[in-house]
Design a protein around this ligand. Sequence first.
Ligand SMILES: CC(=O)SCCNC(=O)CCNC(=O)[C@H](O)C(C)(C)COP(=O)(O)OP(=O)(O)OC[C@H]1O[C@@H](n2cnc3c(N)ncnc32)[C@H](O)[C@@H]1OP(=O)(O)O
Ligand SMILES: O=C([O-])CC(=O)C(=O)O
Length: 374
Amino acid sequence: MTDNKKDSAGLRGRSAGETALCTVGQSGAGLTYCGYDIADLAEHARFEEVAYLLFHGELPNRQQLDSYLTQLVTLRKMPDALRKTLELMPASTHPMDVMRTACSMLGTITPEHDFSEQQLHIDRMLALFPAIICYWYRYHKEGVKIDIELDDKETGSYFLHLLHGRVPKALHGDAMNASLIVYAEHEFNASTFAARVCASTLSDIYACITTAIGTLKGPLHGGANEAAMAMISQWRTPEEAEKGILEKLANKEKIMGFGHAVYRESDPRNAIIKAWSKRLADEHNDHVLYPVSARCEEVMWREKHLFCNADFFHASTYHFMNIPTPLFTPIFVCSRLTGWAAHVMEQRSNNRIIRPSADYTGPENRPWLPIEQR
Ligand SMILES: CC(=O)SCCNC(=O)CCNC(=O)[C@H](O)C(C)(C)COP(=O)(O)OP(=O)(O)OC[C@H]1O[C@@H](n2cnc3c(N)ncnc32)[C@H](O)[C@@H]1OP(=O)(O)O
Ligand SMILES: O=C([O-])CC(=O)C(=O)O
């Protein structure tokens, strides 16, 4: 039998290539995008500035940012065939399957013929992804065909406007902006690595992003924010939360939104998103969800030395903005698309097909056995 929990399982701790996009967990620099600290970006930048940084390696100046924002607004045009596909998908479809299918479908309508076109395709996805999920959601849940060609300049406010049918409060636009920034990029995480593997075969950009969406869906990766919401919404008081967490730990259950493959002591994004959760909890006069979440954090640290990752306080943050739980991971897609796309471009710029080896653990060579003798 294989020891499938050996230290190297899951390629943990092994370098699988180079990147100039991001550092994760280096001492003295918890998380940086192209050399900029995540705390500075989340406090001072707009998400589209960060997207530009990841795509071009440098922050835009005012004129570059303005023209990029305008370009993204002009790309908010849903092809008819995609609109019809969204209407045809069953209301019971998992929202991440909507994203995955719509991305793939977009690649049939506006295929990437040549890598020289990559930036336009990436920008089109960035412009359209919020509309894809909100159009599908509101069509199936409310029976309305929403107008997606709104003129909100920023992706986060645009998403909330599409979802709720009104211009969001500035506070909520800012919370979404910070959320999109902290989710944008994270080195060789599973979905990004999957995108790079796909890119390394010289496949097209829609194939790479579709691969990444499928990989992000799982509860051990992007799906953890929804799983965390499902968990915390069971509890009405911090005491109930403490009891519930202790029971889960006793049953050897994984607690979603805790732990990380790279960070050991804390996830630098947690302080940022937790602060947003607190601001929104105060705005809502909440005395349940935030204290319950804070108690989970305390108990997990005390019992297991496990800390909240980027997903945990996203659950309450999104909930306070009245975002339905099934849309949490699709929002992650709208953001991480920037990191995925930047990695695809980086892979393409210095490509060799990614093809590691495996340590064989199967039977020794054996003679062929005719079917009658088995
Ligand atoms: C955006 C993101 O993708 S962030 C990650 C989102 N995912 C989650 O929140 C899911 C919950 N967390 C986990 O499953 C894990 O912590 C992962 C997948 C993130 C990382 O997995 P690994 O790198 O294997 O974790 P690590 O090596 O630190 O695990 C050490 C031990 O802690 C345990 N552990 C890790 N996380 C948790 C958790 N959330 N709850 C309970 N126990 C945990 C592991 O089971 C392991 O114990 P074992 O050796 O007895 O099996
Ligand atoms: O890096 C990882 O393993 C998971 C991830 O995508 C993140 O934390 O944002």
